[in-house]
Design a protein. Structure first.
Length: 278
C-alpha cells in the first residue's frame, strides 16, 4: 500500500501495524476505508509471518469515527455501511473453541482473527473509532487521547457491538454512564475505568506498543495464542465446566505439537524460543 492509502500496512518482526491514514480528517472513517481496513485485518490474520496485529492512527487522532460529512451525499464508495465480507478462512480456525458464532461481517474481524490485536490509541477515538478499539484484545493510550461514545448525542443506539463489548469490559454501571451521557473522557480516566490497559506520555506510546507486541511475537507460541484468544472471547458465554473441558482438549492437542517441544526445550535451556506455529 502506498503512503497515500487510507490504510497503511507494515510488517516488521512479526508485528503487522495497520494505520488509519487520513490525518487531515482525524482519520474519520468512510465505508470504503473500513472495507479496506477489514481486508487488511484478514490479510494479517491469514499470514503465518504475522504474530501480532497493532492498530493505530496517523497524526493527532486514532479515529474520529464515521465521517459525518458523507451522510446522504451519495458519493462513490461512501455507503452508510461497508460491504459485508464472507467469513474468511483464517489461520488457527481449527484451534480451541470456535469463534465463528461471533462473525457477522467485517466489524468482528479483529475478534475472529486468531492473532492478538492491540489498539494504540494516540488521539481522538470517537464513535466508530472507539468501537474499533474495543474490538481489540488489548488497548494502550496516550495521555492526550480522547474517547467518546457519541451515539446518544447523534440519536442512534449503541452501534456495532459496543453495547455488548463495553459492559463486559468495564461493568454495566460504568458502561451506562459513558453511553447515556456521550461525554468525552481522556486517557487517564480511560485507564482508571479499565477501558485501556495502560496510559503513556504521548511520545512514549508507540515505542511501548512496539516493544510489547514484538515481545509477544518473539516469546509466545502462535498456536497457544490462538487457543487462548478463543478461550478469552468465548468465556463470557460459556459455563465453567465447558470452558474447563475445552481447555483440557486443547492441551492434549498442544502437547503433540512442535511448538510445545520447542517451548519446553527453550525454557529448560534458558534461551529464546523459535516457534513455528505448529
Amino acid at each position: 500500500m502506498t503512503d497515500d492509502s487510507p490504510i497503511l500496512y507494515a510488517l516488521e518482526a512479526g508485528v503487522a501495524t495497520l494505520t488509519f491514514n487520513r490525518p487531515d480528517k482525524l482519520n474519520a472513517l468512510t465505508p470504503a476505508m473500513l472495507e479496506q481496513f477489514f481486508h487488511s485485518v484478514i490479510r494479517a490474520s491469514a499470514d503465518p509471518d504475522v504474530r501480532v496485529i497493532v492498530v493505530t492512527g496517523a497524526g493527532r487522532g486514532f479515529s474520529a469515527g464515521m465521517d459525518l460529512s458523507i451522510i446522504g451525499t451519495g458519493r462513490s464508495g461512501d455507503r452508510s455501511e461497508p460491504a459485508e465480507l464472507p467469513p474468511p478462512p483464517q489461520w488457527g480456525d481449527d484451534i480451541g473453541p470456535s469463534l465463528q458464532r461471533y462473525y457477522s461481517g467485517g466489524w468482528n474481524a479483529l475478534i475472529t482473527s486468531r492473532k492478538p490485536t492491540i489498539a494504540a490509541v494516540n488521539g481522538a477515538a470517537f464513535g466508530w473509532g472507539f468501537i474499533l478499539s474495543l474490538h481489540c484484545d488489548i488497548r494502550f493510550a496516550a495521555r492526550s487521547a480522547l474517547f467518546n461514545a457519541t451515539f446518544a448525542r447523534l440519536g442512534v443506539p449503541a452501534e456495532k457491538g459496543v453495547g455488548w463489548l463495553l459492559p463486559r469490559l468495564i461493568g454495566t454501571a460504568r458502561a451506562a454512564d459513558l453511553l447515556y451521557t456521550a461525554r468525552r473522557f481522556d486517557g487517564v480516566e480511560a485507564e482508571r475505568l479499565g477501558v485501556v490497559n495502560a496510559v503513556f506520555d504521548d511520545d512514549a506510546l508507540m515505542p511501548h506498543v512496539t516493544q510489547y507486541a514484538r515481545a509477544i511475537a518473539a516469546n509466545s507460541a502462535p498456536r497457544a495464542l490462538a487457543a487462548m484468544k478463543a478461550q478469552i472471547w468465548t468465556a463470557a458465554d460459556d459455563v465453567y465446566d465447558e470452558g474447563f473441558a475445552a481447555a483440557n482438549l486443547e492441551q492434549d492437542r498442544c502437547v503433540a505439537t512442535e511448538d510445545f517441544r520447542e517451548g519446553l526445550s527453550s525454557y529448560k535451556a534458558k534461551r529464546a524460543p523459535n516457534f513455528v506455529g505448529r
